[in-house]
Design a protein around this ligand. Sequence first.
Ligand code: FAE
Length: 547
Amino acid sequence: MRETVLPDSGASGVSRRRFVVGAGAAVGAAAIAGHVAAPRAYAAPAAGPIANGARVPVLVVGTGYGGSVTALRLAQAGVDVHMIEMGMAWDTPGSDGKIFANTTTPDHRSFWLRTRTKQPLSNFLGFPIDKNIPKYTGILDAEEFAGIMVYQGRGVGGGSLVNGGMAVTPKRENFAGILPSVNADEMYSTYYPRANAGLGVTSVDQRWWENAPCYQYARVGRKHAQRSGFPFVFVPNVYDWDYMKAEEAGTVPKSALAGEVIYGNNAGKKSLQKTYIAQIKSTGRVTITTLHKVTSVAPAAGGGYTVLIDEINTTGDTVATKSVTADRVFFAAGSVGTSKLLVKLKATGALPNLNNEVGKGWGDNGNVMCGRANHMWDATGKLQSSMPTAGIDNWAAGGAFAEVAPLPTGIETYASFYLSITNTPHRAEFSWNAATGKVDLSWQTAWKQTSINMAKTIFDKINQKEGTIYRTDLFGTYKIWGDHLTYHPLGGAVLNKATDNYGRLHGYPGLYVMDGSLIPGNVTVNPFVTITALAERNIENIIANDL
Ligand code: FAE
């Protein structure tokens, strides 16, 4: 027997646990699934991209939160893991010396295979702001379905590359409504703390915050919330606050204070690349293959699963197709990516035994955006940190939690800007469209009205109290609500429905779901801490019982 000791908690962020595994990765991995025949030997993971014809113990589809937790814990348990990521590595600076483009000046790096930007805020002061860009495998995907635009991160680190870093653990009293089949005691005593430590979540120094010019917009947000009687709550983030203080002091290159966020952050944000993925690399057991997109998974003749993978170039063309055999496949392609794959594979006969829950239970986390026009004496500041620190909590009374969000334009806008998460009851379903050869989503734009009504429980009241109005210039001409999009896709392979209570897909031993698609449509707050904590819980059970 071999014992693997995980690093201590603290700076490294991973709690001390011991896994006792069989004599090496080959035995451990091969003996898992009923589907898997006999133990076999595997070549040590190579440094380069995965080879056509390779036989691997574990293949993880996607490198976001679910995928990173899965790969790290399996590697620490002694299993060799191959991660497949359709996006880029994001480890090499461009000609401007920076890896990522700035929010105010999007370029080819900013969007996934688009020839024109599709910015969440399409207009400013009455003018459209989208512009032409060269088609490239950029970092932010604005994926269009009939009724909704779903924004997602593409590249090693998934959504952690583009998100605002808001790292929120839901209130305990709301948890039963989020994941009813999961033991809340275990989540709050073990897995949420483990996820928060692993992600490097910390809270802003409130004394500094009170005077920092870059959080004037948040202080105005607090003043207005409190004057209308709403609870204003600080929320943790994964940003390195010491770095932000140094940005303010002018001693380091500016990142959050240069508005970097949705097209990547060049310095202070602890994306997964700096936390889980840095640890993954240090295990020496994980290969990450980029610009490779998984297109099919089906049972292989001799046991395990045949995985088909398209290798793409930076304009999205397929340059090679590879076939790999994996004993286990972990779907961690995000709510949309995993759902699309599973729905297609069930409908086209690759995985016909998946149950009828696959594709169901998808929601937008109730996302809706809006801006308010403040009076001239309520300036929100031309310097705005791109990392949000707070929200307005009207969940219990009005079904809305509103993040006080930055509008980092570099000029004084007198605008307060908010991304609300609301208690929407609507759930959509993915389905295979044989005519187009694509997966559709049944979401309807009109469903956002429920979310708008919930957000209005906060902002109508604030506007009335302050004598202010909604901005009408941010999402079109005379359009108040950003109701066409979500940043928080959730569901499509719901826990304890499409899978067992730990992410094992029904019908196929050795296939697992590990990402946001497990969560049925809403988490009451921003989702990545819950996605990470759930993955920590599930992979622990899978390592203990399946390996
Ligand atoms: P995700 O992180 O999306 O990772 C999936 C990965 O799989 C991606 O890297 C894909 O490129 C890859 N992939 C997909 N399909 C394939 C395929 N077929 N083959 C190979 N690779 C594939 O999934 N959440 C918060 O909690 N706080 C925030 O402040 C916040 N801000 C956000 C801001 C923006 C602009 C956006 C877009 C999202 C934000 N989110 C935020 C949401 C958060 O990033 C998201 O819930 C998680 O990233 C989802 O994690 P998953 O592991 O499910």
